[in-house]
Design a protein. Sequence first.
Length: 86
Amino acid sequence: MKGDRVEIVVDAGGSTRTFEVEATRAGRRVDVRHGRGLVEVTELTRGGTAVRTARFLAGRVIALVEHPAADPALQDDEVTPLRRSA
């Protein structure tokens, strides 16, 4: 979803560097995969085509923070209490 963002903090040998991958257009999403010593963050289209990819060595990643896009509340949204059936 547009506005989804992943922030990656990486050890750069004495200091840290921060990288961000963001879903820049409507219909795109950000996918995070990890395995075999590698962390991969990819911006994908609706069809699953990769637009951009960032790869990091898992041993160097200090933090990986996912920031989902905020859904605006609609006026007709209301909270309804759960009811038990007798």
